[in-house]
Design a protein around this ligand. Structure first.
Ligand code: SF4
Ligand code: SF4
Ligand code: SF4
Length: 768
């Protein structure tokens, strides 16, 4: 179904097409199929690789259907298409989570300030919304415009959800194209949500060196009344800070957060604390250190009401997404709510953020003096007693542990008073409590960990928000030429396969090699959890500017938009290509010229899947940690069989470069060492100049030798001319290339996919 003239007119009106800041490109507010040819072009090179968990489909009552061995379901669907449908469903969950967050934030701020409230990101940011500009064609001026962006997301999502119904889409490539669309919508929502909160709450925007903030559960002064906010939508957390400020209570009450609400509340007030990522939720809440637990939305462990109740803490839910069956009491007087909470341990849902804030603060003040005993951590003696029944022989706990940790040995040794092993298990524990659920002797393993857990405190830089236009002007040329070897984004969750500080190791290895390293969400927190011999974290050691060898915390999950936005800005500001409603032009520029790579080392959420899928459509490859295989779909090239042809923008001839760059668009790596060399390799781009490629190869070879102990075994794929061989490795690389029969390859100065598939974008548009 084409858009139709009426819809086209409507879009032109919404995006104020007559505003002449740039001509409107070919795809304003794209519908489900407008970017389908681009998607298929990507899929021609990067075939989806499916690894189903389950060979059955149970989606409708026609089934369940066995889809093994080329069998089809009763509706005719095959297993690849069913997997791709599942990917779309999961991606839509992510888009919906971010979209609803954005909608809530924007509506809330419009209620407060009106829809004409201006978007002003400060003197360093003129291209305020690169994703929204590129996808929709709208240059948002105020909160009302951000609402239009969210309305576009909502409109498209209806069609995408519809496609997942039984008896709808029947082709895996089309499901993948729709998943890409969900990813694009997700990025629009991310950007709209973060811009709204930046302008509405005055979060940092035009500065790079944001304050250093305390992180770690040991950083919390639990002698004070302690409020812990959990989730991703900080509206109530901001209201709590406001209430404390208005009542001169800020230094008397501790506000700390878990997950992205922690990032955002510290962007609002840097004296708030970050406890840690999602993997620390259960551990911290079971320790009972919070007087009041506040939940908002996304990635919140669903048995928090029970945990709060067992710890004798008060608990308030603040989001209609997570209501826990609780009574909604926004209409009741605060004193009545408090009485019920304090006398009867009642938990409530309070959707009015200002009322919730008052209740939460007053409850914390009232409860803290009564809970001092409850806030004492378990002693080693108590932990040994709780472990008394363990002999370490049944190993049921180990079999349940997704990270294969030696829980049996750790608990058995704890029983005997030795907590060393349990301390190291804690560092690799993702807080899933599966061991505890499985334990045949009901040992409260997460509680016992209290006696072993290191309580160090760390410094993290508060999330800085957008990358500045001036920074882009400075790094644009070296990134595109390849002399800055890459832009890396560590995003997402804390389902880490190894030690929690592996992200810090990876980030530092890359920053040392002059990559521009950005972090967000739980990954940004984990990266703070390693100190050098001087006691400094990477946030204290490296510059916070978007430049070679930097470490940048962009902020919460929704701030991921700013790194994708930076890649677009390189095309738009540095290369002066028009981005308005010009998705393909921007994505083509990024995949061929901007050596960017996203990393989700601890993936679990559907949001991370969706962000990653969206990034792939922009031409940004994604490297996942081992748990990412459970997303069940990767985008891998088959070096010999895949289509590596591009157009030479100068001669307008189609050329087979035989160069697999980027090699894959979504893949899993098993170890941090393998991740390091893979991330480096994913930053190769066809446009790299010979000196730029030499710098990237130098990083690749040095890292490979460091962690694998040998030369990489695929150098022949990425060395195009002898000039690109790094001088320090020249002799051994030449010997290797001779051995494998390497031949020089073509190196293009204007490679583009435009022209290799059916598109409205003329090839001339790629040249400025
Ligand atoms: S959607 Fe198709 S494959 Fe799935 S259960 Fe229904 S009929 Fe079977
Ligand atoms: S809580 Fe930690 S130790 Fe227990 S199963 Fe989960 S990851 Fe393993
Ligand atoms: S399941 Fe429980 S009792 Fe068995 S080894 Fe693990 S901790 Fe010990």
């Amino acid at each position: 179904m084409s858009k139709g003239k009426i819809r086209e007119e409507e879009i032109r009106r919404i995006i104020r097409a007559d505003d002449e800041w740039e001509p409107v490109g070919p795809t304003p507010m794209p519908s489900l199929t407008d970017l389908r040819n681009w998607d298929f072009r990507l899929l021609d090179t990067y075939e989806p690789f499916y690894a189903p968990f389950c060979d059955l489909c149970c989606l409708c009552t026609f089934g369940k259907c066995d889809l093994t061995e080329d069998k089809k379901g009763a509706c005719g669907i095959d297993i690849a298409t069913q997997q791709a449908r599942w990917i779309l469903i999961c991606s839509l969950m992510g888009t919906a989570a971010h979209g609803a967050h954005g909608r809530h934030m924007i509506d809330h701020l419009i209620e407060k300030y009106g829809e004409d409230f201006k978007i002003d990101l400060g003197s360093q940011v003129n291209v305020e919304a690169p994703i929204i500009r590129t996808v929709t064609g709208l240059k948002p001026k105020n909160l009302g415009d951000l609402r239009k962006a969210i309305e576009y997301v909502e409109r498209e999502m209806i069609h995408l959800v519809s496609a997942t119904h039984m008896g709808q889409e029947g082709n895996y490539r089309d499901f993948e194209s729709k998943a890409f669309h969900a990813g694009t919508l997700d990025h629009v929502a991310l950007e709209a949500a973060d811009i709204a909160q930046i302008v509405g709450y005055g979060l940092p925007t035009s500065i790079a060196d944001t304050p250093l903030v305390d992180l770690g559960w040991g950083a919390i002064d639990v002698k004070k009344p302690t409020i812990v906010v959990v989730g991703h939508n900080a509206i109530t957390a901001y209201a709590i800070v406001d209430y404390l400020r208005q009542h001169d209570l800020y230094d008397k009450v501790e506000v700390a957060g878990l997950c992205c609400t922690a990032h955002d509340v510290t962007r609002y007030d840097s004296s708030a604390k970050i406890i840690g990522p999602l993997s620390r939720q259960r551990f911290f809440l079971k320790a009972g250190l919070a007087d009041v637990v506040v939940t908002d939305e996304q990635c919140v462990i669903t048995d928090i009401p029970q945990m709060a109740s067992e710890a004798g803490a008060a608990m308030v839910a603040c989001s209609d997404k997570i209501s826990y069956g609780l009574e909604e009491v926004s209409a009741k007087p605060v004193d009545d709510i408090l009485r019920e909470m304090l006398e009867n341990q009642k938990q409530f849902l309070i959707l009015d953020s200002e009322k919730a804030a008052e209740v939460i603060v007053r409850a914390a003040l009232a409860l803290a003096p009564l809970r001092q005993e409850r806030k004492k951590l378990m002693t080693k003696e108590e932990a040994s007693l709780l472990s008394a029944k363990c002999r370490g022989t049944c190993e049921t706990c180990n079999r349940a542990c997704p990270n294969l940790l030696p829980v049996n040995l750790a608990i058995n040794q704890a029983r005997q008073g030795d907590f060393t092993k349990l301390g190291s298990v804690f560092l690799r524990c993702i807080g899933c409590a599966k061991c505890e659920e499985a334990c045949v002797n009901n040992i409260p393993i997460q509680k016992v960990m209290q006696a072993a857990a290191a309580s160090d405190t760390y410094k993290i830089r508060a999330g800085r928000g957008p990358i500045h236009d001036v920074e882009i002007r400075k790094v644009g040329s070296p990134i595109v030429l390849g002399t800055i070897p890459g832009v890396i984004l560590f995003a997402g969750c804390s389902n880490f396969p190894g030690d929690i500080d592996d992200v810090a190791w990876l980030a530092e290895e890359l920053a040392r090699r002059k990559y521009i390293v950005n972090l967000s969400g739980c990954a940004a927190m984990a990266a703070a959890m390693r100190k050098d011999e001087d006691g400094k974290t990477i946030y204290e050691k490296y510059i916070p500017e978007f430049d070679a060898g930097c470490i940048v915390n962009v902020g919460s999950c929704i701030s991921n938009a700013h790194v994708v936005g930076a890649a677009i800005k390189i095309a738009n500001i540095f290369a002066t290509l028009p981005n308005r409603a010009n998705f393909e032009l921007m994505a083509d520029y990024i995949i061929n010229r901007v050596g960017a790579c996203g990393v989700v080392w601890g993936p679990y959420s559907q949001k991370a899947l969706c962000i990653g899928t969206g990034a792939v459509r922009w031409g940004i490859p994604i490297v996942l940690g081992p748990h990412g295989s459970k997303y069940r779909r990767l985008f891998m090239s088959k070096k010999e069989a895949s289509d590596w042809r591009v157009m030479d923008g100068r001669t307008k001839q189609r050329v087979d470069t035989q160069e697999p760059t980027p090699e894959h668009m979504m893949l899993v790596t098993e170890t941090k060492e393998r991740a390091l060399v893979t991330i480096i390799k994913q930053c190769f781009r066809r446009n790299d100049t010979p000196p730029g490629r030499a710098i990237k190869l130098n990083s690749y070879i040095s890292a490979y030798k460091q962690v694998m102990g040998s030369l990489p075994d695929d150098l022949q794929n990425f060395i195009r001319t002898e000039k690109e061989i790094p001088i320090v490795y020249k002799r051994e690389v030449i010997a290797y290339l001779k051995e494998v029969g390497w031949k020089p390859k073509i190196s293009l100065s204007l490679p583009t996919l435009i022209g290799t598939y059916e598109t409205k974008v003329p090839i001339e548009a790629t040249v400025k």
